[in-house]
Write a protein that binds this ligand. Structure first.
Ligand code: GLA
Length: 737
């Protein structure tokens, strides 16, 4: 059993393969957090030290005991109004407008299997793979019942947390802040690692020491956002890629969120992940329920690489769905950077013909195929094929593409409407807009009110018609602006953002159920909604609108801490790159795109015969490695934000093959030699460098590394497969010395 309860001392212990999580019902019925970290066999209550701390209040029940204070004790799910002045996980406004809530233990259940969340994405696992702990707490005065949910995937070292509120009182209350998980750490110096960004430069790595005070990040945009990813690491000061303690927290949610990390007066750390409290005031009527989206937690004592392995396994095996999420997806070519809005049926078919000849599997017709849409100022919402532009029906085009042996896919942006569209003219009130105010325009488009079922149903039906017309195997689901103007004809402003995200999930769930073979790629101006919530419906997400290979090494590096490469949409595009103007070789662009879903987004007709041949070879190479790129282990071998090179490694599940990838980011005069250390190989074995046939002792490859050739110039790259063999042979090497 991963979850144990000891009645005699009220202690809950959750054991995973390498970690222990412990909490305790104290003598006043409050749930204290005791420990989360490397596996221990101990009652961790001994860690709690009691003292009379000035200005730290005491619960009334403690009588004269001035050493008992919730201002000091580690809490499992802190609420406002108990004398704990640190960040709370839950704030409720009661019917009498007071904001007190004191949750006391009512009961608990330990169940086989992992809980599911109604209408929200969550980690899934079978009865033999997981356990669930439900702890019921209640505020006696208001009647608010809170069910704390813990999902335990012991083998994966994963613990998930969520909470369900039920108003068992007689009057309406309003939830003002809803945290999903709180983590109190009693001691130690910690850094916060977060992934900030902007459009076309998402998920930059940032590491800052926690100081006294609060570090707060999140999104108010209605989407998880380009600006801060809803996944963070608390790393011990001395933690590195391969050593030291670190905690990962990933929110399985695609809307506004908030993460707080607080170092309190005694140097204790509190981390709270949950919904963004601004613009959130959720009324809860008697007997109504509210579910907080889930947070995935993991602890690694072996640095970030251990954490990454846990999250990659969890996302690949317990978040992604579909027929076989582990199988390499199709290699696609996307029309966007090829021709933007400037295409017709013939040009698309010509592109498909050329692409088919190169070995590409699927053609995606991006923006511009519907309504009146020759630029991004009109047409959104009118999901009707522009047959004049295509020179025929969608079915005609898809048939012709299928005849080339290729599959066909399209781009859609279901959540949006252009003011210049038939849909808007007919239903102006379907767009989010505050009465008496002008809405905020972004990319000249407005947001449809997806919190309303009638709106979703209309769009769902029109998108289904398109899918069925065109034998569509792939759908790129885009969302190209942040949400504003929170007013809904159907709802309360304070719940729109949450209801909107649930509306998106509801739509996607219906789509996934109706078309189980449809591959959906998420997108939001590139990677503006790149989170575990979306991955539950869309097993891949366009990583960034920036396709420059050099910037991509950094964007994909930042993304890799939590998300497996198989979910990162990544394409080879034209040079000079459309976003940066940078020129890199086809080889470097290919190697970088292989650390992702791998595809193309350039006019392959304009290439020389030599380049076309190179693409044919690139595709063969990708297919050769795709199996273990998707299912194997991924290792970061450098930090491209600080090192002059980017290096990463894929190791097959049986660890007999390893694919080393290096891109030189900067070149300087008379440069020092760069040694790249491999990881994850079997010890005491010989691995052969596929480019030279030379064998190396695996420990040598991992401890001393391999020197990169000084001949590698700026933006040069190399990709070398190392294969396990019993005996080594001599030989030179290509890009290694
Ligand atoms: C967004 C996407 C792009 C492309 C355009 C089309 O910016 O991220 O890949 O689909 O929209 O308008």
């Amino acid at each position: 059993m991963a979850v144990r309860f000891q009645k005699e001392n009220g202690i809950f212990t959750i054991d995973t393969k390498n970690t222990t999580y412990q909490m305790k019902i104290d003598s006043y019925g409050c749930l204290l957090h005791l420990y989360y970290g490397a596996a221990v066999r101990e009652n961790m209550e001994y860690l709690l030290v009691y003292a009379d701390r000035g200005f730290s209040g005491n619960p009334y029940e403690a009588k004269e005991d001035r050493t008992y204070s919730y201002d000091v004790l580690p809490q499992e799910y802190p609420t406002l109004g108990t004398g704990d002045y640190r960040s709370s996980a839950l704030i409720v406004k009661n019917a009498d407008k007071t904001e007190c809530c004191a949750l006391k233990y009512v009961g608990h259940e330990i169940k086989k299997g992992k809980y599911a969340l109604c209408g929200l994405p969550a980690v899934y696992a079978g009865g033999s793979e997981a356990e669930t702990l439900e702890i019921e707490m209640e505020d006696e005065v208001s009647g608010l019942s809170v069910k704390l949910l813990y999902g335990v995937l012991a083998e994966e070292d994963i613990i998930t947390r969520s909470a369900v509120f039920i108003n068992r009182g007689t009057s309406e209350m309003v939830i003002e802040k809803a945290g999903s998980a709180c983590l109190d750490i009693l001691s130690g110096e910690y850094d916060l690692i977060s992934f900030y960004g902007r459009h076309a430069m998402e998920r930059n790595f940032q590491r800052n020491p926690l100081m006294h005070g609060n570090m707060v990040l999140g999104s108010r945009r209605g989407t998880s956002s380009h600006q801060y990813n809803p996944a963070v690491i608390l790393a011990a000061h001395n933690a590195t890629e391969d050593t030291g303690a670190c905690y990962g927290m990933a929110f399985v949610y695609s809307g506004s969120f908030q993460f707080e990390a607080e170092k309190d007066q005694f140097g204790q750390i509190r981390a709270v992940m949950g919904l963004q409290p601004e613009q959130f005031h959720y009324p809860l009527a008697p007997e109504e329920r509210f579910t907080v989206p889930e947070t995935i937690l993991s602890f690694s004592g072996n640095g970030f690489s251990g954490l990454t392995a846990n999250f990659h396994n969890c996302i690949r095996n317990h978040i992604l769905r579909g027929n076989d999420p582990k199988q390499a997806g199709p290699i696609l070519i996307n029309s966007w950077e090829t021709s933007y809005f400037d295409f017709n049926g013939n040009t698309i078919l010509a592109l498909a013909k050329e692409a088919a000849g190169l070995g590409i599997d699927l053609l995606v017709l991006d923006d511009g195929w519907f309504g009146k849409r020759d630029d991004d100022n009109s047409g959104l919402g009118d999901w009707v094929v522009n047959e004049e532009k295509l020179g025929g029906t969608l079915n005609d085009l898809s048939k012709k593409i299928n005849e080339l042996g290729m599959q066909f896919g399209i781009w859609v942006e279901p959540e949006m409407v252009s003011e210049d569209s038939r849909l808007y003219r007919e239903h102006p009130d379907w767009a989010l807009c505050v009465p008496g105010r002008k809405p905020v325009r972004s990319r000249n488009q407005l947001v449809l009110d997806f919190s309303r079922e009638e709106v979703r149903t209309y769009v769902f039906d029109s998108i289904c018609k398109i899918i069925e017309q065109g034998n569509i195997r792939y759908l790129k689901w885009d969302m190209n602006r942040s949400i504003s103007d929170l007013y809904s004809k159907a709802g309360v402003p304070g719940r729109i953002l949450y209801d909107y995200v649930r509306g998106v999930y509801d739509f996607l769930e219906k789509l996934v159920q109706k078309y189980p073979d449809l591959l959906i790629e998420g997108c939001s101006g590139g990677g503006g909604r790149f989170d575990a919530g979306m991955l539950y419906y869309t097993p891949q997400i366009w990583c960034s609108d920036n396709t420059d290979a050099i910037d991509r090494t950094r964007i994909q590096y930042g993304s890799s801490f939590f998300y497996p490469v198989s979910v990162m949409g990544s394409h080879v595009s034209a040079v000079p790159n459309h976003q940066t103007g940078r020129v890199t070789s086809l080889k470097t662009r290919g190697i970088t795109a292989m650390a992702g879903t791998f595809g193309y987004e350039l006019d392959v007709q304009n290439l020389t015969a030599g380049e076309k041949e190179e693409i044919r070879e690139q595709i063969k190479t990708y297919r050769q490695y795709a199996g273990y790129i998707k299912t194997g282990s991924y290792y970061r071998l450098s930090n491209p934000f600080s090192d002059p090179y980017a290096a990463w490694l894929f190791v097959s599940e049986d660890r007999k093959k390893a694919l080393l990838n290096v891109v030189m980011l900067e070149k300087h005069g008379n440069m020092e030699v760069i040694y790249v250390r491999l990881k994850g190989l079997l010890r005491g074995e010989i691995y052969v460098d596929g480019s030279t046939g030379r064998g190396y002792d695996s420990s040598a490859l991992m401890e001393a590394g391999v020197p990169l050739s000084l001949q590698m110039n700026e933006y040069d790259s190399c990709q070398i497969e190392f294969t396990l063999r019993q005996a080594g042979t001599g030989g030179g090497s290509s890009c290694l010395h």
